[in-house]
Design a protein around this ligand. Structure first.
Ligand code: CTP
Length: 395
């Protein structure tokens, strides 16, 4: 995630989720942002300004009448030159204040006095019943129509012991959403379908064969496409990864499941990105019972060929823009160019298998009709952003 050079004002309001704001501050700084923290009186009951000051490296302001502010203009000065104000956690009461244009403490006055080009984002955090109330939902609708971006809330266990919508997003989700917010919307209005992860082909109820793939590249592309304004559907084999915010995920197991899911969603797509490491073969006869070990012999397996999902999509009468991936063990430049032509697709991304499997970074080569272009080693997240820009340019 890259927020280099971004100036963020982080507002904290009263809520137990203030403890997550500490971690979020660290994440923002690690991503390269400058963080100016402003806290309400209520937020100070949950976390101290000392903690937030130590983490952000800047004086934390809490009071409009702070005698340290020479001109008493903190409500003006703090938002000038900022790229965004993000309120996390944002309480139900602070949402009400934003809706009504309140200016009775430093944070609300700061929000009201922000210049029109300073974005305001809020991450609600409250009890499920508070979130559900018509009054809160009216405020949510009003905030949206006022151009304020809502991040979350998430659903799950709450500090009060109840369960449901109202949890603040986790720090890494907030960082992901904020990074995405700043990304150019090059795929605005487009629908993108992505396959990711491995497939798993059963042998019997407890065994199977699979391919090496963590799913990291496919999930990074789903995140980047979503941040670029696309409507993203991710068809994923088994992985240990969290589904990116705002992305629809269809979990599948076998290559045939994946093929079926892709073909039933392909109609409305503008772009298809096949990142999945699909098993080329499946076991012909899957045993319904666990195959028992024999003292003198070992079982022999017969295989059948799985459908080639990418080739099926590329062969449609009017296919979406198709992007394939190739993990080769050697001779990448020759294999990549040949594979792109064989699969009949406009763009293929090549990499060397052992340099990518499970890793957070990668080195890739893009193959198109004009030739190839090698991209320098980078994180999968930043390669995904570059790749989405390359796809958008070719659409
Ligand atoms: N692919 C697919 N369905 C398959 C096999 C592969 O959709 N049954 C897609 C992958 O998601 C990838 C591309 O095709 O985008 C290339 O996969 P790869 O396994 O490298 O290609 P193969 O055609 O299987 O060639 P190889 O002989 O190198 O295995």
């Amino acid at each position: 995630m890259n927020l280099a050079g971004k100036k963020i004002v982080l507002g904290l309001t009263g809520g137990i989720a203030c403890y997550k704001a500490a971690e979020f501050t660290r994440a923002l700084i690690k991503a390269g942002a400058t963080v100016q923290v402003v806290m309400t009186e209520a937020a100070r009951h949950f976390i101290t300004p000392v903690t937030m000051q130590a983490l952000s490296g800047h004086t934390v302001y809490t009071d409009q009448w702070d005698s340290r502010i020479a001109n008493n203009m903190a409500h003006i000065d703090l938002s000038r030159g900022a790229d965004a104000i993000i309120i996390a956690p944002c309480s139900a009461d602070f949402m009400r204040k934003l809706v009504h244009g309140a200016a009775d403490d430093l944070l609300s006055t700061l929000c009201l006095a922000r210049p029109h080009d300073v974005a305001l984002l809020v991450a609600p955090a409250m009890n499920v019943e508070m979130w559900d109330k018509p009054a809160t939902q009216r405020n949510v609708a009003q905030l949206k129509s006022d151009g304020i971006t809502l991040l979350g809330p998430a659903s799950g266990d709450q500090a009060c012991g109840e369960t449901g919508l109202g949890r603040m997003l986790e720090p890494e989700q907030l960082l992901e959403a904020l990074t995405g917010f700043f990304q150019p919307k090059v795929l605005s209005g487009k629908r993108v379908l992505i396959t990711a992860g491995p497939t798993f082909e059963p042998i019997d109820p407890v065994r199977g064969i699979t391919n090496l793939s963590s799913g990291k590249m496919g999930y990074a592309l789903a995140r980047a496409a979503q941040a670029a304004g696309a409507h993203v559907t991710l068809i994923s084999g088994p992985t240990a990864l969290a589904v990116p915010l705002g992305v629809t995920c269809i979990p599948v197991t076998t290559a045939r499941n994946m093929h079926e899911a892709v073909m039933s969603h392909i109609g409305e797509q503008s772009v298809f990105i096949a990142v999945a490491a699909v098993a080329d073969w499946r076991v012909a006869e899957v045993s319904t019972q666990k195959i028992k070990k024999q003292a003198t012999s070992s079982p022999s397996l017969q295989f059948e060929t799985n459908p080639d999902i990418l080739a099926s999509v590329a062969a449609l009468p009017s296919p979406p823009f198709c992007v394939g991936f190739a993990a080769e063990s050697d001779d990448l430049l020759v294999q990549g160019a040949a594979k792109r032509e064989r699969k009949n697709i406009p763009l293929l991304v090549g990499n060397i298998g052992h340099q990518t499997f499970g890793k957070d970074d990668n080195e890739i080569v893009l193959f198109d009709a004009q030739g190839h272009q090698a991209l320098p080693r980078a994180s999968k997240d930043s390669l995904a952003v570059t790749l989405i820009a390359e796809i958008a340019r070719r659409l």
